[in-house]
Design a protein around this ligand. Structure first.
Ligand SMILES: NC(=O)c1ccc[n+]([C@@H]2O[C@H](COP(=O)([O-])OP(=O)(O)OC[C@H]3O[C@@H](n4cnc5c(N)ncnc54)[C@H](O)[C@@H]3O)[C@@H](O)[C@H]2O)c1
Length: 387
């Protein structure tokens, strides 16, 4: 058994907590054969949170600067859960220091940066991973199997969306995600990148697209202590306002290299949609449909079914799938978001201990950043963009 020493950067934030939990937890489900992780360092910029974070990972060094983790010879894997604008600098420094790197999405602010990271990783021969964990829920392995076996024929149309409503209310508080300096690609890198990860996983690479991005509310109240998902404040009591400097939503038309057409949209302003994530894949012989509301269920329609009996059948992934079976002995007990992050952690560690890269690597992250870049350019210039 090999123990991988991990440093989680941004450990007091949402993803920092989830990643720390995932490294600590995965051997309960996946065993220790693929190696285990020791959370050896946590980078916490917010000193008020440091004590609490330290209690959650006994023995871990608590550091306040990411550079300390990157330069620490005891650390094998740098896990980046920092705001988007830091991903490139931190990942580059970590790769140059010879570390394996797992980085939350979006991998970088531009495709050029992502390309540079993927190239350095290749030169250094280290393992990389981007935090696109949604497609690692085993139901999507089923979807991919059906597609790869030709059961829906040639894919002609892919439709997908991802929406939340944190900015549906014009008075919802300002958050770093809405600051173009901290999250330069806005909703496109934040949420679009998840949709694009499904496109990469299920359909293939995108060759051209046209995108229309929009901001619904140009200023929002800044409220100390309130961020993602915070309740709208009593605006009369607030005089500090922040400018929204990146996209709230984007609608995209695209063409894939295999000729399929795509129609996808994503936003943070879909009032009432707390978390909506769907895809539909239409082929010449059948189709697939998925919604996060039924997170382990796939709907499969086949022209091979007899006329008069055709219709979407529901497939629930169950313990016959090894990744599902690692968690639960019965189908339809639901693997959710956090389990997909535990799967991700298990795969990252196994990649390192076996020297085998697993999807999505920084190469995938680069492809996805190319789509993000093309959306930014297309929307600014009001044109189709080739990738
Ligand atoms: N894969 C997913 O499903 C998913 C979901 C949410 C967020 N994310 C990504 O994860 C990243 C973090 O998002 P989050 O929601 O956890 O944000 P968050 O605001 O909850 O956490 C970010 C943390 O980084 C810390 N931080 C900021 N600057 C720092 C610095 N210079 N040095 C050290 N720490 C610093 C903050 O104090 C905070 O604790 C983002 O890139 C986001 O896009 C991915």
């Amino acid at each position: 058994m090999t123990v991988v020493n991990v440093a989680v950067l941004g450990a007091a934030g949402w993803m920092g907590k989830v990643h720390t939990m995932a490294y600590q937890t995965f051997p309960h489900f996946f065993g220790t054969e693929g190696g285990t992780a020791h959370v050896a360092a946590l980078v916490v910029a917010n000193s008020a949170a440091a004590k609490d974070v330290a209690l959650r990972a006994p023995g871990a060094k608590i550091l306040d600067r990411w550079e300390e983790a990157v330069n620490d010879p005891d650390i094998d894997l740098i896990d980046i859960c920092l705001p988007d604008n830091l991903h490139f600098d931190v990942a580059k420094a970590a790769l140059l220091a010879g570390k394996h790197v797992s980085c939350e999405k979006p991998l970088a602010d531009t495709a050029q940066q992502a390309r540079e990271l993927a190239d350095i990783a290749r030169e250094k021969g280290v393992i990389t991973r981007v935090g696109h964990a949604f497609p690692r829920n085993p139901i999507h392995d089923r979807a991919k199997e059906i597609i790869d076996a030709g059961e829906i024929g040639e894919i002609k149309l892919f439709k997908a969306c991802q929406h939340i409503d944190v900015y549906g209310d014009p008075l919802a508080p300002y958050m770093w995600r809405a600051n173009g300096a901290l999250a330069p690609t806005g909703i496109i890198g934040d949420t679009g990148s998840h949709v694009f990860s499904f496109m990469e996983f299920l359909v293939g690479r995108v060759s051209s697209l046209i995108a229309d991005s929009y901001i619904t509310t140009p200023k929002r109240p800044i409220v100390e202590g309130l961020d993602l998902g915070g309740a709208a404040p009593d605006v009369a009591q607030h005089t500090k306002w922040g400018d929204i400097t990146n996209a709230d939503g984007t609608n995209v038309l695209c063409t894939f290299e295999n000729g399929a057409k795509g129609l996808v949209d994503f936003s943070r302003v879909a009032t009432g949609r707390k978390f909506m994530q769907t895809y539909e894949v239409y082929g010449t012989k059948g189709s697939l449909a998925y919604t996060f509301d039924e997170v382990n269920r796939l709907r499969f329609y086949s022209n091979d079914d007899p006329i008069g009996r055709r219709g979407f059948r529901e497939i629930d992934v169950g313990p016959e799938h090894p990744t599902y079976g690692a968690f639960l002995p019965l189908p339809n007990f639901a693997l959710g978001y956090n389990e997909s992050k535990i799967i991700e952690a298990a795969e990252v560690i196994k990649s390192i201990t076996t020297g085998t890269p697993m999807w999505p690597t920084f190469e995938t992250g680069h492809h996805i950043c190319q789509i993000v870049d093309a959306c930014m350019t297309s929307s600014e210039q009001r044109v189709w963009v080739d990738i």
